[in-house]
Ligand binder design. Structure first.
Ligand SMILES: O=P(O)(O)OC[C@H]1O[C@H](O[C@H]2O[C@H](CO)[C@@H](O)[C@H](O)[C@H]2O)[C@H](O)[C@@H](O)[C@@H]1O
Ligand SMILES: [Mg+2]
Length: 267
């Protein structure tokens, strides 16, 4: 996907621009709302879903940044909401999980699509996939199911075929989501853009400039929404023209450094 209207497709965020953004968020926090993807954005990617690590200090830094923004910080992730909570325990951030299809609002209420009988049947069948394709890893996320092939990339086509059959059996209400070395069946009731938009309708997010950080296909819906609202979209990773994001940071460490610098500046 390319974005012809974007003049700065996935350009590195110049040092000066980073400095400006950091200074602005540090000195005028009431103007900004920050939205972070998790895997590949806040956290370095790992070989398997459970092998990720949350670097020392990140959880507290996120909490401090959230406090600085008067709560206008949310995580928008493909992970299950409950899993994301365990990553950043004991803090409970506003989180949109399963690519935006389950969302905890500020009052603690959670909006999610209930799984259908057909989906649960498909999920059960997919659980046996590693018997036919050793090395493939099935991640049960409750309302969604992901099949990872990072450890056996040569099986990508087989996984693709199995998931095409599975999505047809899952029936209405579900869609196939592509990701990094993963294919997933998830509810089609929302996406990360719609989740972000829903947060922007609520205090303390409402009326603020959205700033979204993400690294993957699923984050494009978020970038599109943020661009339309005059916000700042930041892609994490190598330069690419396959993103709607208008700015770029090279890796999760750069995101973590940016957070730490904002906090130092506001002291
Ligand atoms: O939207 P995100 O927060 O970025 O979540 C996207 C998916 O992240 C996880 O999978 C990815 O990260 C794994 C750990 O680094 C990696 O092993 C895998 O290859 C990646 O696809 C997670 O397991 C998925 O459920 C999320 O949808
Ligand atoms: Mg990601």
């Amino acid at each position: 996907m390319t974005n012809a209207q974007t003049t700065e497709i996935s350009e590195p965020l110049p040092r000066e621009t980073i400095a400006n953004l950091i200074a602005a968020i540090a000195s005028q926090p009431e103007r900004y709302a920050l939205f972070f993807d998790i895997d590949g954005t806040l956290l370095d990617l790992a070989e398997t879903p459970d092998a990720i690590t949350v670097p020392n200090g990140l959880t507290d830094d996120l909490k401090a940044l959230s406090h600085h923004l008067d709560g206008a910080l949310a995580l928008v992730t493909g992970r299950a909401l409950s899993y994301a909570d365990t990553l950043f325990f004991p803090h409970r951030f506003p989180i949109a999980g399963l690519h935006g299809t389950e969302r905890r609002m500020l009052d603690g209420q959670i909006i999610r699509a209930e799984p259908t009988a057909e989906f649960l049947d498909v999920k059960q069948r997919l659980a046996t996939l590693p018997e036919s394709f050793p090395g493939v890893l099935v991640e049960d996320k409750g309302g969604a199911v992901a099949v990872h092939f990072r450890q056996v990339p040569e099986l990508a086509d087989h996984v693709g075929e199995a998931m095409r059959v599975a999505i047809a059996k899952a029936g209405p209400g579900y869609e196939l989501q592509r990701g990094k070395m993963v294919l997933e069946i998830r509810p089609d009731s929302a996406d990360k853009g719609r989740a972000l938009d829903a947060y922007l309708a609520e205090a303390p997010f409402a009326g603020r400039i959205p700033v979204a950080f993400g690294d993957d296909v699923t984050d494009e819906a978020m970038f599109k929404l943020v661009n339309a609202k005059g916000g700042i979209s930041i892609h994490i990773g190598a330069p690419t023209d396959s993103t709607l994001a208008r700015k770029r940071l090279s890796k999760p460490q750069a995101v973590r450094d940016m957070i730490a610098t904002i906090l130092r500046k506001q002291l």
